[in-house]
Write a protein that binds this ligand. Structure first.
Ligand code: SME
Length: 158
């Protein structure tokens, strides 16, 4: 089992390592934030076949749904609410192996079983939004996703 898990991890890391320079080229050649967020979602969804991948953007005291790939989603999330609002409040990434065990999780889709949320930082290190990835499988995300999704978000210039 350990070997399988190790190989699975290496496979995922290799995919991220191949993806990063491609995304760098794509994102550096366009200055528009929404266009870049949209393409970022498309590339990630296509590559990893995740259930849902998208951005929520800070507007006043709420997160409002931005570019995404997947099924219809809730449009507004308050500061500190759900995984997305908590990541914003705590200014850090959250890896949630079982969404039902996360107090206050917002279920946009009954299919979602685990998720990862990372803050998206603006030019002055303020949080301008979050990236939310949902999986229909339990325990789907780990420190490897956190590391490389974080690097991908750094390519996005607000
Ligand atoms: N589950 C998220 C809400 C967003 S959707 O799942 C797309 C949360 O708890 O913040």
């Amino acid at each position: 089992l350990q070997t399988i898990e190790l190989n699975a991890s290496l496979g995922k890391e290799e995919i991220y390592l191949q993806l990063l320079p491609q995304l760098r080229g794509l994102l550096e050649s366009e200055a528009d934030l929404i266009a870049n967020l949209a393409n970022c979602c498309a590339v990630l969804k296509e590559t990893f076949r995740w259930w849902w991948v998208g951005f929520y953007l800070v507007k006043g005291n709420e997160l409002v749904l931005g570019p995404f790939q997947g099924t219809l989603a809730c449009t507004r999330i308050a500061f500190g609410k759900g995984v997305c609002g908590s990541a914003w409040q705590q200014k850090r990434s959250l890896v949630v192996p079982d969404v039902e065990a996360f107090p206050g999780h917002i279920a946009c889709s009954a299919a979602s079983k685990s998720e990862i949320v990372l803050p998206l930082f603006g030019p002055n290190q303020q949080i301008i939004g979050v990236l939310d990835v949902d999986s229909e499988y339990l325990n789907h995300f780990d420190h490897i996703d956190e590391k490389y999704l974080g690097q991908i978000l750094q390519l996005i210039k607000a």
